[in-house]
Design a protein around this ligand. Sequence first.
Ligand SMILES: [Zn+2]
Length: 140
Amino acid sequence: MTDFKMISDAEWRERLNDEEYRVLRQAGTEAPFVGEYTDTTTEGVYSCRACGAELFRSEHKFASHCGWPAFFSPLAGDRVVERTDDSLGMRRTEVLCASCGSHLGHVFAGEGYDTPTDLRYCINSVCLTLEPAEGEAGDR
Ligand SMILES: [Zn+2]
């Protein structure tokens, strides 16, 4: 099994396209409202695009209208790790894939969204791969 935490920067560059590399490995942010999963409501599981670890489920996705896919809970709490991010002069909480350490987005709390956790995992589409549930469009 690949230990994704041991993959070199050069190898990530080969595995990922330019935009994926910029966001996942350099903690970039994709432009709002253009990501492929921003308004997706297809049922399924969202995996890390870098390593394939399952991260989020469609039933935890909600319409945040913030311009990026938003989830109120990760699939399992230990699938992602969170760390303080003081870049851009703001204190935010960065969300990373626990399996490969890639940047996924940020999590915001207490914004008043009508969800069970009042958390918004604001995740870049380019960091995710949606595996549609059985019977959904997109048969493979
Ligand atoms: Zn990953």
